[in-house]
Design a protein around this ligand. Structure first.
Ligand SMILES: O=c1ccn([C@@H]2O[C@H](COP(=O)(O)OP(=O)(O)O[C@H]3O[C@H](CO)[C@@H](O)[C@H](O)[C@H]3O)[C@@H](O)[C@H]2O)c(=O)[nH]1
Ligand SMILES: [Mn+2]
Length: 735
C-alpha cells in the first residue's frame, strides 16, 4: 500500500518536472541567414549603382532615376525589416495530457467573448453557429461562460441566440458523445456524412438543427420578431424603450445561468452560462466600435463569471477545434514560464478561400512564417480574434519579475457570485467609462482602427510575452473577403490603423525601445509600415514603363556587369518567396494571385490609407470602422469560386489600379511597335518589368475589355480611364 502511494507520488513529481509546452527553434536558420546576407550585399550594390550612375543635371531621365533610387532605398530598408520575422522562428508544442493530469480538477474559469455588430452584414445564423461552437468546447461547462456582444442591439440576433440556447441542449451532448469536430453545427453538417454507427442520432440532431435554422432565417428575412415569438421570452421587453441601434439602453440577459439547477442539457449534464449583451448607445457618446464592446464585456463579465482567461472571437470565426481552450491553458499554466504570458494567439484561418486564393485572403505567409518569427522575439501580435488573454494583463496590469500564477478553481468562483441585473447594466452604460482609464490603460485601446494590434503592443510594452499556437487542426475558421472591393477596403482599414500606430506615441520603435526586443520592434514595424509602401510601389510600377516611351534606360543593359545585383535580387527574392508560399501550404498559382493583390493593395488601399492618416493628423477626420461584409449574393459567389475577379462597380480604388494597368499596357505596346523587329533591344530589364506587370494584370484587362457579366468593370469607368491614361502617356512623352 505504502509502496503504491510512493509510486504515485513519484509519478506526480516526475510529471510536475515536465513542462506543459516546449519551444523548438526553427531549422535551417544558418542557411537562411547566409542567403539573406547575400541579398543584402546585392541590395547595397544596387544602391551604389544608382548613386554612381546618376544622370547629371539636365540629362534626361534624371528625376526618374532619383525616384528609383528613393524607391530602392525604401524597398531595401523595408526588406531589412522583414528579416526580423524570419531570423529566429520558433515552434511550440504543448502537452494537453499533462495539463489534465495535473490540473483537471482545478482548471480556471474561461470567458468567451463573441462580437457582432450588424445583423445584415453578419447574419444571426452565422453568429449563433460561432456561439454554439465555443459553447461546445471540451471544457468543464461550470467553468465556461459565453458572452455575445451585439453592437446592433438586434432582436433578430437575440431571437437567434434564444433558439441556440435551446438547440445547445441537444447539440452539446451530441458533440461530447460522438467527439464531433468541428462543433459549429452548420460546418459539421455541411462537411460530415452520416456516420454508420450513429446514423439515427446524426439525423435527429441534423433535423433539429435544420428546423432551428429555418426559424432563424425566416425571422431574419422578415426583419422582425413576431409578437408571438416575443411573448415567449421576457427578455424582449427590454426593447420597449428602444429607439434605434444608435440610441438605446443596455440590454442584458443571462440566457443560461449555469448555477441554476435547470441549466442542464437533455442528458442531464451542466450547460455553460450564456449571456447576451447590447451595451448602451447614445448619439452623444462615441462607441469606440469593437474596442468599446469588448471593454464593456470585460466589466460585465467580471461581475458574472470573472474568468481569469478571456477568449476573444469574432462572430465570423467559429471554433474548429474543441481542444483549443486546453491548448491555450498549457501555455498559461506552465509552472516555469506560464506566468510571463499575457496572451496566446491562434492564427486566423478561413474556410471560404477559393482554390488558388484569388484575393490572397489566406494570409498564409503571415500565419505560417512571420508569426512564428515574431514568437521567437517575445510573441506574436494580438490580431483581434482567436486570442486567449489573461484577464489581468488585458486590464492593464504591468508585469513584474515577482509575478506568479495564481489560478482559482473556476467552479467555486462562479458559485460565489450573485448577479444583480441593474448593477450589471450600469457597467455597460455610456457613462461608465467617464473619468476612467478604460480605453487608455485598461482593456482594449480606443481611437485606432486596429484596436487589436495597438492593444497587443501596449501589453508587450508592459513587460508581458505572448505565444503563438498553431496546431495542425486549425483552431478557428473564419470568412475571408470574397470580392476585390471588400479585400481592398479591409486592407485599407488595417494599413491605416497600423500606420497610425507608427505615427502615434505608441510607435513600436519609440514606445517599444528598451521594453521589447529589437526583433519585435522591427516585426511590428513591418505591419505598421504597410501603408507607406504605396509610394515606392506606385513609382516602380509606372515610371520605368513611362520612361520606355522616351527611350530612357533606367536599368543596366544585359551586357553590363551591373545587371547582376538586379538580376540576383529579383531571382533570389522571388524564388524564396515562392518557396515560402508553397511551404506555407500554397501553390504556384496562389502565389501569382498574391503578387497581384500585393500590387493592388499597395497602389490603392495603402495610398488611400496614407491620405486618411494625413487627414487624421491634420484633425480633419476621426476614426471609422467599416465592417466587412460576410455574405455576398449568389452570382458574386459563383464568380468567386470560379476565380473571376469581381469589379462590378465604379470606385476610386478600381480607378487607381486600372490606370496603372493601362499605362503599362500602352507603354508596352508602344515599345513593342517601335522595337519589335530588333529583338535584342527588347532584352532589357525595364521592358521585362513592364511585361511582367502586364501578365499580372491580365484578369484586370479581361474585366475592362472582354467580360460581359455583371462583375466586369463598368463601361463608363473603362472609357474614362482609357482616355485619361492615354492622355497621361501622351503628355509624358512630350514633356
Ligand atoms: O462597432 C463595431 C464594429 C465591429 N465589431 C466586431 O468586430 C469584429 C471584426 O469586424 P470585421 O468587420 O469582421 O473586421 P475584419 O477585418 O474581419 O477584422 C479583423 O480586423 C479587426 C481590426 O481592424 C479586428 O478587430 C478583427 O478581430 C480582425 O479579425 C466583428 O465580429 C464585428 O462584429 C463590433 O463588435 N463593433
Ligand atoms: Mn472578420
Amino acid at each position: 500500500m505504502q509502496q503504491e502511494m510512493d509510486e504515485q507520488l513519484n509519478k506526480r513529481e516526475a510529471s510536475m518536472a515536465l513542462p506543459l509546452y516546449e519551444t523548438r527553434q526553427g531549422r535551417g536558420r544558418v542557411i537562411y541567414r547566409v542567403f539573406a546576407a547575400s541579398v543584402l550585399v546585392s541590395i547595397c550594390a544596387i544602391w551604389s549603382y544608382r548613386v554612381i550612375h546618376m544622370p547629371t543635371y539636365g540629362e534626361s531621365g534624371r528625376w526618374a532615376w532619383l525616384g528609383l533610387l528613393l524607391a530602392e532605398l525604401w524597398f531595401g530598408f523595408y526588406w531589412i525589416l522583414t528579416q526580423a520575422p524570419r531570423w529566429k522562428p520558433v515552434f511550440n508544442q504543448n502537452f494537453k495530457d499533462r495539463l489534465s493530469e495535473r490540473f483537471e480538477s482545478e482548471l480556471p474559469a474561461v470567458d468567451v467573448f463573441v462580437c457582432t455588430a450588424d445583423a445584415n452584414l453578419e447574419p444571426p445564423i452565422m453568429v449563433i453557429n460561432t456561439v454554439l461552437s465555443v459553447m461546445a468546447y471540451d471544457y468543464p461547462p461550470q467553468k465556461l461562460t459565453v458572452y455575445l456582444s451585439d453592437d446592433a442591439c438586434s432582436q433578430l440576433t437575440f431571437h437567434a441566440l434564444l433558439e441556440a440556447s435551446q438547440f445547445a441542449k441537444h447539440w452539446l451532448p451530441y458533440c461530447k458523445r460522438f467527439k464531433v469536430e468541428p462543433r459549429s453545427p452548420a460546418a459539421y453538417f455541411r462537411t460530415t456524412p452520416p456516420p454508420a454507427s450513429a446514423a439515427v442520432e446524426f439525423l435527429q440532431t441534423k433535423t433539429k438543427y435544420e428546423e432551428m435554422e429555418k426559424r432563424i432565417k425566416s425571422v431574419t428575412e422578415r426583419g422582425k420578431v413576431s409578437e408571438e415569438d416575443q411573448a415567449r421570452h421576457t427578455g424582449f421587453s427590454q426593447w420597449d424603450l428602444y429607439s434605434s441601434t444608435k440610441d438605446h439602453a443596455t440590454v442584458l440577459e443571462v440566457i443560461i445561468d449555469g448555477r441554476n439547477p435547470g441549466a442542464e442539457d437533455c442528458e442531464g449534464h451542466k450547460l455553460p452560462t450564456l449571456v447576451y449583451l447590447a451595451r448602451e448607445k447614445r448619439p452623444q457618446y462615441h462607441t469606440n466600435y469593437k474596442a468599446g464592446a469588448i471593454n464593456a464585456l470585460i466589466r460585465v463579465s467580471s461581475e458574472i463569471s470573472n474568468g481569469q482567461i478571456i477568449l476573444n472571437v469574432d462572430c465570423d470565426m467559429y471554433s474548429n477545434n474543441s481542444q483549443s481552450v486546453r491548448d491555450a491553458l498549457c501555455f498559461f499554466m506552465d509552472e516555469k514560464k506560464g506566468h510571463k504570458i499575457a496572451f496566446v494567439q491562434f492564427p486566423q484561418n478561413f474556410e471560404n478561400l477559393s482554390k488558388n486564393d484569388l484575393y490572397g485572403g489566406s494570409l498564409r505567409v503571415i500565419s505560417e512564417v512571420e508569426f512564428h518569427g515574431l514568437d521567437g522575439y517575445g510573441g506574436p501580435m494580438y490580431i483581434g480574434t482567436g486570442c486567449f488573454h489573461r484577464r489581468a494583463s488585458l486590464c492593464g496590469m504591468v508585469y513584474t519579475e515577482s509575478f506568479r500564477n495564481h489560478w482559482e478553481n473556476g467552479e467555486r468562483l462562479l458559485e460565489k457570485r450573485d448577479i444583480e441585473e441593474n448593477k450589471l447594466k450600469a457597467l455597460a452604460s455610456c457613462t461608465s467609462e467617464i473619468g476612467s482609464l478604460w480605453g487608455k490603460e485598461m482593456g482594449l485601446k480606443y481611437g485606432c482602427p486596429v484596436e487589436d494590434v495597438i492593444t497587443g503592443l501596449a501589453i508587450h510594452c508592459r513587460g508581458w510575452k505572448s505565444v503563438y499556437c498553431n496546431p495542425a487542426r486549425k483552431a478557428f475558421l473564419g470568412i475571408a473577403p470574397t470580392t476585390l472591393a471588400q479585400t481592398l477596403v479591409q486592407h485599407k482599414r488595417w494599413s491605416e490603423g497600423d500606420f497610425r500606430i507608427f505615427l502615434s506615441k505608441h510607435n513600436p520603435l519609440l514606445c517599444g525601445f528598451g521594453r521589447i526586443s529589437l526583433g519585435l520592434q522591427m516585426g511590428y514595424s513591418v505591419y505598421c509600415l504597410w501603408a507607406p509602401n504605396c509610394f515606392a510601389t506606385i513609382f516602380y510600377s509606372i515610371v520605368p514603363s513611362l520612361e520606355l516611351l522616351k527611350g530612357n534606360a533606367l536599368f543596366p543593359q544585359v551586357s553590363n556587369p551591373w545587371i547582376f545585383p538586379f538580376a540576383y535580387v529579383m531571382l533570389a527574392s522571388y524564388c524564396y518567396s515562392i518557396g515560402e508560399f508553397i511551404w506555407s501550404g500554397g501553390n504556384l498559382k496562389g502565389w501569382w494571385n498574391e503578387q497581384r493583390i500585393w500590387l493592388y493593395k499597395r497602389s490603392s488601399s495603402y495610398l488611400l490609407a496614407v491620405v486618411d492618416v494625413t487627414m487624421w493628423i491634420l484633425g480633419l477626420t476621426g476614426s471609422g470602422f467599416v465592417i466587412s461584409a460576410k455574405v455576398s449574393d449568389e452570382e458574386v459567389l459563383k464568380r468567386y469560386h470560379h476565380e473571376l475577379m469581381e469589379f462590378g462597380a465604379s470606385s476610386l480604388m478600381f480607378a487607381m489600379i486600372t490606370v496603372q494597368a493601362l499605362v503599362n499596357l500602352f507603354c508596352f505596346s508602344n515599345h513593342l511597335a517601335m522595337h519589335g523587329k530588333k529583338i535584342y533591344e527588347l532584352l532589357d530589364l525595364q521592358f521585362f518589368l513592364c511585361g511582367a506587370l502586364i501578365l499580372l494584370n491580365l484578369p484586370l484587362y479581361n474585366g475592362l475589355f472582354f467580360r460581359r457579366d455583371s462583375g466586369m468593370m463598368p463601361n463608363s469607368l473603362t472609357l474614362n480611364l482609357v482616355f485619361w491614361s492615354l492622355l497621361a502617356c501622351g503628355l509624358y512623352r512630350i514633356m
